[in-house]
Design a protein around this ligand. Structure first.
Ligand code: 5GP
Ligand code: MG
Length: 187
């Protein structure tokens, strides 16, 4: 089954970041993090599920000691943010006194990450930084600036490399934008 038939005839997938571009950006980010945290131990908190592939690749580029934990937050319904953030899976690890790096797939309105960052500060982290593969910073509703950014992206709904459309298309190795098929063509 190709990607188009998985989406239906009304939509096409347009490549935005190829898997080669992603690999080189992830390697660059890993080097930045290695440099910033040299000599320290890091607790990496991965935001499920979208950041799973990104985190798996990023972590393999790190040369500092790390522990890994996961949270799950939900605010999305289909292609729209509901604006209401909920913690649906909490950490297993005590974060007080730790240097924490949050790994996220995309920051869009910023509401999800603002919620998580506030929560981690309340729990007494020693330091906190955020690494996102993609930053849609023009769409912010909450003031939020990530510390490590892969790609700046103006907008569009992206899928692949962990990013889903209603739980599908995460397995695609590159990142695509879902666009309307008004040409009758199939990519
Ligand atoms: P925010 O709270 O910043 O608006 O939304 C952040 C979350 O929404 C991201 O962690 C991501 O899971 C989801 N999201 C935002 N933009 C996109 C997108 O273009 N594609 C997909 N699949 N998810 C997105
Ligand atoms: Mg996410």
């Amino acid at each position: 089954m190709d990607q188009t038939s998985r989406l239906g005839q009304e939509h096409l997938l347009r490549v935005v970041y190829s898997h080669q571009q992603i690999a080189s950006e992830v390697a660059r980010l890993a080097e930045e993090i290695n440099k910033a945290y040299s000599g320290r131990e890091l607790l990496v908190i991965v935001v499920l599920k979208g950041a799973l592939f990104f985190a798996a690749d990023l972590l393999r580029g790190l040369r500092i000691p790390v522990r890994v934990d996961f949270v799950k937050l939900s605010s999305y319904d289909g292609m729209m943010s509901s604006g209401h953030v909920q913690l649906t899976k909490d950490l297993d690890t005590e974060v007080a006194g730790r240097d924490v790096l949050v790994v996220e797939d995309i920051i869009d309105t910023g509401l999800t990450l603002s919620f998580l960052v506030d929560l981690l500060h309340k729990r007494g982290v020693a330091s906190l930084s955020v690494c996102t593969l993609i930053d849609k910073k023009e769409r912010r509703q909450a003031q939020f600036d990530p510390d490590f950014v892969g790609f700046d992206c103006p907008g569009g709904f992206l899928v692949g490399y962990g990013l889903d459309f209603n739980e599908r298309l995460r397995e695609l190795p590159s990142i695509y934008e879902i666009v309307e098929n008004n040409t009758g063509e199939v990519e």
